[in-house]
Design a protein around this ligand. Structure first.
Ligand SMILES: Nc1ncnc2c1ncn2[C@@H]1O[C@H](COP(=O)(O)OP(=O)(O)OP(=O)(O)O)[C@@H](O)[C@H]1O
Length: 623
């Protein structure tokens, strides 16, 4: 149990059009985030006995006494958005509410001071009010703890109009709202008999509930406010939480959050109300007066050890707020005021009200109830759990299928790759150009298509790990260059050829792209040279077939001693995927690729014993 004062936030709304037109002085000066001056002394005078002074850039008479009253509250908000008001008030109540403590947030102030704007927002301008912002966070918190808790939200919406409680969520009967009764329950506190309750599951449900209820609320135009609320509106949210592990009896936290938009106190001379509006105004004032009396009584220290009598019963509003003001509840009051001298007396009354209310102490207690589930309730829990179980099973099955699909699918497209051919599996005497070898590989490798998985050749040293599929010396921005590395037999050193980016890759457009074109030209030159060389080789071969011996350089090197015999038509060539050899140095997966004998011989014959073309690594850069 913890005692805390009623938290007070004062919101100063901007001057209204009518206030600006009437050219009244500004009578509120906010000096810090928790302090303001009411009717401050003018800061500068113009002339000795002149009747003007400047306050906030406005003229005001100097021949009167200024109240110059200072007020301190929990927060004073000026030019603030509804979100900022929410963060300073209702948001702070949500922690206790989810801890099982009741809380109340109510907007208080004279008519036209901005209570409805604060609590409901301005739906026509997409401005959310404290109610909606609170509910947004309620659902966000529920979603965050969905794994461990079952949380149920129950809402109700009523208005107190002319001392009658109307159910705003029940359909009107013969055009009239359903009238409800207040009951005092020793266990539950103040309850409303026959109240309609709804259980929204998401924010969208709450939006429609609030819109439906607000449409039923009694609002009329007065001289003081175009759309004046003629009733106190109370939106209550009950939050029931229990652990997900269901038991026959289990502790449940039940807390209630009341969000209240009070009707504004009004003076008949200002509102110019007559007839029914005048009666409404009198009822509003009476209930607010009772609220003031209750606040006064709650602030007074006990006399002879006895607490002051608090006249809760004198109005429906104070009976309903009994828990919020003097019971086990956290309470926050948003006092709405206008900055204009046009509302001088109303603003002073509101500030005095708020100043007294901040003295009220409430003792918040957690509401833990032990719920013994009935057989029916227990069956419902079992059903819920079975449903959840089934959903989880379905999710697992879907995930398993996805894993299988991914396993079966070719590996992720590569941007940099190193291809190694096992030396023992390439035929010795094949004789096709190196150029055709490189182009074969290039054409067979789609830009973003499947890449054969590869394996490091036997006996070759582990290469440094690549990061993100790139060569160790490459920067992250380098365009993926394809590096083909091959070795044949023990006599052939490995050959590396830098190749163009895979077919279909996007051509870089930047300076890096120009560098890439430069490299492409060099590569093309190399290719041309290779083609020339290969032509010479072909010529030599033809010559040999015609009886003459081919030149020695054109002859393929002998196979290594450990070489396995070549199969009839196909051979396995294994590729090592450097992308897979990531920073963790995990071995790359191995996939065997069946190549036709012809292709294999082409590849093999394209390897040149001594020639080594070092790939230029900084040439290709991503655009
Ligand atoms: N912070 C604000 N920023 C901009 N406009 C505001 C602000 N507060 C109030 N207003 C405007 O002032 C007018 C009166 O506000 P609102 O209806 O909220 O007053 P109220 O205190 O609820 O009055 P009542 O008690 O008569 O219902 C409205 O037109 C509203 O849009």
């Amino acid at each position: 149990m913890s005692a805390s004062n009623v938290a007070i936030a004062v919101r100063i709304r901007p001057e209204s059009k009518i206030e600006r037109e009437k050219k009244h002085p500004i009578i509120i000066s906010r000096v810090s985030e928790d302090m303001l001056f009411f009717d401050p002394e003018p800061s500068s005078y113009h002339g000795a006995n002149n009747v003007v002074a400047m306050v906030h850039g406005k003229q005001c008479p100097v021949n009167r006494r200024y109240k110059n009253l200072s007020f301190q509250f929990d927060s004073v908000l000026e030019n603030a958005t509804n979100k900022q008001v929410y963060q300073a008030t209702a948001q702070k109540m949500l922690g206790p509410v989810f801890d099982g403590i009741n809380a109340t947030v109510f907007a208080y102030g004279a008519t036209g001071a901005g209570k409805t704007f604060t609590m409901m927002g301005e739906p026509s301008q997409n401005i959310e009010g404290v109610m909606m912002l609170t509910m947004e966070e309620v659902f966000a918190r529920i979603a965050a703890s969905a794994d461990t808790k079952r949380i149920k939200v129950v809402v109700s919406y009523i208005e107190i109009y002319n001392e009658q409680i109307h159910d705003l969520l029940a359909p009107p009967v013969k055009g009239k709202a359903r009238v409800l009764d207040l009951r005092e329950d020793p266990a539950k506190g103040m309850t409303i008999a026959g109240l309609s309750e709804e259980t929204p599951e998401k924010l969208a449900d709450v939006i429609s509930i609030i819109a439906r209820g607000t449409a039923n609320r009694t609002q009329f135009s007065t001289a003081a406010n175009q759309q004046s609320s003629r009733s106190h509106a109370v939106f209550q949210v009950r939050i029931e939480q229990c652990d997900r592990t269901a038991a026959i009896t289990e502790p449940m936290l039940v807390s209630k959050l009341s969000l209240i938009d009070l009707a504004g106190s009004e003076r008949a001379c200002r509102t110019q109300n007559k007839g029914i509006r005048l009666i409404e105004g009198a009822n509003i004032n009476r209930s607010l007066l009772t609220l003031g009396s209750c606040i006064n009584a709650l602030c007074k220290p006990p006399t002879n050890g006895r607490r002051q009598y608090v006249p809760y019963r004198n109005s429906k509003l104070t009976r309903l707020l009994k828990d919020s003001l003097g019971g086990s509840c956290r309470t926050c009051m948003i006092a709405n005021i206008s900055p204009s001298g046009y509302n001088y007396q109303d603003t002073l009354n509101t500030l005095n009200y708020a100043n007294r209310a901040k003295e009220i102490k409430t003792t918040a207690t957690r509401n833990v109830v032990t719920v013994k589930h009935s057989a029916v309730e227990h069956q419902r829990i079992i059903k819920d759990l079975q449903l959840e179980n089934m959903q989880l099973k379905n999710t697992i099955a879907e995930l398993k299928a996805e894993v299988e699909r991914l396993r079966a699918a070719p590996p992720v497209p590569l941007e940099t790759k190193r291809v190694c051919m096992d030396e023992t599996e390439v035929e010795e005497d094949a004789d096709v150009s190196m150029f055709s070898h490189t182009s074969e590989l290039k054409e067979d490798t789609p830009a973003r298509g499947p890449m054969p998985a590869m394996r490091r050749p036997a006996g070759e040293q582990a290469r440094p790990a690549t990061v993100g599929g790139m060569m160790p010396s490459m920067s992250r921005n380098e365009t993926p260059a394809m590096v083909v590395r091959a070795s044949v037999g023990s006599v052939r050193p490995s050959t590396s050829v830098a190749m163009a980016p895979p077919t279909g890759s996007v051509a870089p457009k930047s300076a890096a792209g120009r560098g890439m074109r430069g490299d492409q030209e060099k590569l093309d030159a190399r290719k041309r040279k290779l083609a020339e060389y290969l032509d010479r080789k072909k010529q030599a071969k033809k010559q040999a077939q015609n009886g003459g011996q081919p030149p020695r350089s054109a002859r393929a090197a002998p196979m290594g001693e450990n070489a396995r015999p070549m199969s009839a038509r196909t051979k396995n060539v294994r590729f090592t995927d450097n992308v897979k050899e990531n920073a963790t140095n995990r071995p790359a997966p191995v996939v065997s690729l069946n190549l036709k004998f012809d292709e294999l011989t082409k590849i093999h014959s394209g390897l040149k014993p001594t020639r080594r073309v070092v790939p230029r690594r900084s040439g290709f850069q991503n655009a």
